[in-house]
Design a protein around this ligand. Structure first.
Ligand SMILES: *Cc1c(COP(=O)(O)O)cnc(C)c1O
Length: 236
């Protein structure tokens, strides 16, 4: 796949301006919900964007990034982290078991734990790599077919098993509501489920709905387009 032409990418100044605008909206949404803005962390979703755009966001103060494909993350992030050791990466996309080892090597958090086979593969990979990134259980809140995430009906049992049976460090939940639905009831469901399991981290909300997610308790919002602009083909 061709690299996106640099001409298609936003300038560093535009990335910085977008980042500032998104942060201001996060702060406003948190205050409106009576929440501490510091309790909501921004994951800048850099998938399909080149290292130069990530560097622009870093220069503007952003430290936490999200990628949805292991292969692309492996192509971009090792060099960036060598340069900036305080940069952090969350993997937010559907994960194949044969990528578990690379995922464990590169991620600070894996947000897309969604099935027993993957839990098993990650547990094994963590043992092999001597690294134990935190995990979020992704819930298929709309119970959509052909979508990632554990179905609602299986969520309770899977969260318990991921911790007890596979010994993973499950710290919270993640979801992507169906595009055609009002996201708020889905966000509320996820918040209730996290509370029932004593889980502190709630990753929900993207460019189009992060304010609603913050109103419902999001502690991580994953925002790509509103920061980096339109996406092109994946890199690597
Ligand atoms: C791409 C992606 C995002 C960011 O989406 P935008 O609408 O560009 O903000 C968030 N979460 C996941 C899981 C993604 O794959």
């Amino acid at each position: 796949m061709p690299d996106p032409s640099p001409a298609d990418e936003l300038s560093p100044a535009a990335v910085a301006a977008n980042l500032a605008a998104v942060k201001a909206r996060i702060t406003a949404a948190a205050r409106a919900a009576g929440r501490d803005p510091a309790a909501v962390e921004l994951v800048a979703v850099s998938k399909t964007h080149p290292a130069a755009s990530i560097a622009a966001a870093y220069a503007a103060g952003q430290r936490l990034f999200g990628e949805n494909r292991v292969q692309e993350a492996m192509a971009k992030f090792p060099a960036l982290r060598e340069r900036w050791p305080d940069l952090r990466l969350h993997l937010i996309g559907g994960l194949q078991t044969n990528k578990a080892r690379e995922a464990v090597r590169i991620a600070d958090m894996i947000e897309s734990l969604d099935r027993p086979k993957l839990a098993e593969a990650l547990a094994k990979a963590m043992q092999q790599e001597g690294r134990r990134p935190d995990c979020l259980v992704q819930v298929n809140v709309g119970d959509e077919t052909q979508k990632y995430g554990v179905p609602r009906a299986e969520a309770d049992a899977f969260i318990a098993a991921a911790r007890a049976q596979w010994g993973l460090s499950v710290v919270g939940l993640m979801c992507i509501p169906p595009v055609e639905d009002d996201p708020r009831p889905h966000f509320r469901y996820l918040a209730d489920l996290a509370r029932a399991h004593g889980l502190a981290v709630l990753s929900m909300g993207m460019s189009g709905d992060f304010e609603a997610a913050i109103a419902e308790g999001a502690t991580l919002v994953r925002v790509g387009t509103a920061i980096f602009g339109a996406r092109h083909a994946p890199i690597a």
